[in-house]
Design a protein around this ligand. Structure first.
Ligand SMILES: [Zn+2]
Length: 62
């Protein structure tokens, strides 16, 4: 019998930035554990947000 690979057999996990489900891709076979973002765009946005931490200006809140 021919092996039928269902798409659902592939690993899947949500992008930590946008939350969209990412399906395993061939190019990720070696880095799947480290893959956090569905695209370079998400990675860039997540990084820019992370680096844009609000400074501690407590007095500005008054
Ligand atoms: Zn994403």
């Amino acid at each position: 019998m021919p092996k039928i690979r269902k798409k659902s057999d592939l690993p899947e996990k949500p992008c930590v930035h946008c939350g969209r489900p990412m399906v395993w891709r061939k190019k990720w076979e070696k880095t799947w554990q480290d893959v956090k973002y569905c695209s370079d765009r998400c990675r860039a946005e997540a990084k820019s947000r992370a680096s844009a931490k609000p400074k501690k200006h407590v007095t500005d809140l008054v």
